[in-house]
Write a protein that binds this ligand. Structure first.
Ligand SMILES: NC(=O)C1=CN([C@@H]2O[C@H](COP(=O)(O)OP(=O)(O)OC[C@H]3O[C@@H](n4cnc5c(N)ncnc54)[C@H](OP(=O)(O)O)[C@@H]3O)[C@@H](O)[C@H]2O)C=CC1
Ligand SMILES: O=C(O)CCC(=O)C(=O)O
Ligand SMILES: [Mg+2]
Length: 475
């Protein structure tokens, strides 16, 4: 079955039912070491996870690691250009839950991203990246403790589908001519626009199914959160990209108000209901005026539309959501993408789950990780219905590779997410406790050390930070 790798001789398979993993006490878990700093981070991570499982469960539970190959290491074993061997795909498919270090992607040419390829091959449509603060972590932000968000990023489409043509290539030229000569003139709203002939072309598909399955996961998560964190913000640039990003927003609201009607209220609905609660005699038009900024300057047609919206909300959900009942529901709102980047800095505590398309989520998860301590503290999970691969938000950080200095925190915390996904909460909690205590004791790697006041000198090595986390399990 495998060409160059052999699964562990002991251990059992994780299986899936209804999108959830069924985990034995001795699961076989494939791991990819990763390129660049993967050589430093992975051994540290494996040691911490094994120690936490042993401390929490003794001999009762154990992960049986299965080394599989991708990136540079795969080329060494399987031959030039064998970046993602069939063996690796077979193993991840067979065992269902895997964890990986970062993999290199060249810029401007060469192979497409192996990281993105794995998400697409296994249809891992939800990229989940929590950004929460650990006390004592140095941060460039004044109140990093106020940020506690989870980015739910669509993970399989958008421009990451990778359908692009290089400037000057025959297909790019053909496509531009076709668009300029036929499709753009046939679309009146595009007027006399033309695409410059020396353009590279990329395609940005955003599907209804892809958007809604991501938002569904985000809402399901929000339902499990206590007030006021039971909230989902749809992040988009729908003012500019109306039929892709704007559609993402609309499909998100559509799903929330159809599939999760009993559990959700939209922000506008909450305003309409709240206005009526404060003043039961409020007319529909006055309510519309309070909900829609600049109402009086609108055309009659637009005014009628807002009034219709108010009426429809009051007739359809007053019974179930009115008289303050909406305050217990999951709040679904939306924010324009550029605005959310400043909102997480200026009003961090007002946000919880941020549902995004692929590119926005990529940017936003790095930015949010920076607020709570940097990329060394940014974990992640790629989740599908029959497979999950855990990996950090950051990349290979090549200038630090092989120096035993990088912060392994983000892959270790990705391991925490994996343990929680497996239902091994006690082991996950031990690692979180150990990590938190190491930071409080100023036992940290260079990235946190240089920001601490006063700076920690010398900082811990990557391997020493792993040891410190394990030592603090007992605190
Ligand atoms: N999922 C994946 O595998 C990903 C892969 N990549 C790939 O990684 C490669 C390098 O990308 P690059 O743009 O340099 O981005 P990286 O995220 O790899 O690194 C950028 C900088 O972030 C900081 N950083 C990253 N990881 C850590 C960590 N664990 N601890 C502390 N600080 C950290 C370092 O900053 P400083 O030096 O200032 O301390 C580092 O120089 C590219 O090929 C890219 O495509 C990128 C993102 C995700
Ligand atoms: O795959 C890559 O090289 C980059 C991906 C990335 O930045 C991410 O998923 O956050
Ligand atoms: Mg990224």
């Amino acid at each position: 079955m495998y060409e160059k790798i052999t699964p562990p001789t002991t251990g059992s398979k994780i299986t899936f039912a209804d999108g959830k993993p069924i985990v034995p006490d001795d699961p076989i878990v494939p791991f990819i070491r990763g390129d660049g700093t993967g050589v430093d981070i992975w051994p540290a991570t494996e040691r911490v996870i094994d120690a936490a499982v042993a401390t929490a469960y003794g001999d009762r539970r154990k992960i049986h690691w299965f080394k599989v190959y991708a990136g540079d290491e795969a080329c060494e074993l399987y031959g030039t250009y064998q970046y993602l061997p069939e063996d690796t795909l077979t193993a991840i498919k067979e065992y269902g839950v895997a964890i990986k270090g970062p993999l290199t992607t060249p810029i401007g040419g060469g192979i497409r991203s192996l990281n993105v390829a794995l998400r697409q091959i296994f249809d891992l449509y939800a990229c989940v990246r929590p950004c929460r603060y650990y006390a004592g972590t140095p941060s460039p932000h004044k109140s990093p403790d106020k940020l506690d968000v989870i980015v739910y990023r669509e993970n399989t489409e958008d421009i990451y589908l990778g359908i692009e043509w290089k400037e000057g290539s025959p297909i790019a030229e053909k496509l531009i001519h076709y668009l300029n000569a036929e499709l753009i003139p046939a679309t009146p709203e595009h007027g006399k626009k033309q695409i410059p002939l020396d353009s590279g072309i990329g395609i940005k598909p955003i599907s209804k199914k892809g958007s809604q399955r991501l938002v569904r996961r985000a809402i399901e998560h929000a339902i499990r959160l206590p007030k006021p964190k039971n909230q989902v913000t749809l992040v988009h640039k729908g003012n500019i990209m109306k039929y892709t990003e704007g559609a993402f927003r609309d499909w998100g609201y559509e799903l929330a108000t159809a599939e999760f009607r009993a559990d959700c209220v939209t922000e506008r609905e909450s305003w309409i209901l709240g206005n009526k609660e404060k003043n039961p005699d409020l007319s529909v038009e006055d309510n519309a005026r309070m909900v829609e900024p600049g109402y009086d300057a609108l055309t009659d047609e637009k005014k009628a539309k807002v009034c219709q919206e108010v009426e429809s909300v009051l007739t359809s959900i007053w019974e179930t959501h009115g008289n303050g009942k909406w305050k217990d529901k999951v709040m679904v709102n939306d924010r324009i993408a550029d605005s959310i980047f400043q909102q997480i800095q200026t009003r961090p505590d007002e946000y919880s789950i941020l549902a995004t398309m692929n590119l926005n989520g990529d940017y936003l998860s790095d930015a949010a990780a920076a607020i709570v301590g940097g990329l060394g503290m940014g974990p992640g999970a790629n989740i599908g219905d029959t497979c999950a691969i855990f990996e950090a938000t950051h990349g290979t950080a090549p200038k630090h590779a092989g120096l035993d200095r990088i912060n392994p925190g983000s892959v270790i915390l990705s391991g925490v997410m994996m343990l929680e996904y497996m239902g091994w909460q006690e082991a996950a909690d031990l690692i979180k406790k150990g990590l938190a205590a190491a930071i409080v004791h100023r036992e940290v790697t260079y990235d946190l050390a240089r920001l601490m006041e006063p700076p920690v000198d010398p900082p811990l090595k990557c391997s020493e930070f792993a040891s410190a986390i394990i030592r603090h399990f007992d605190d």
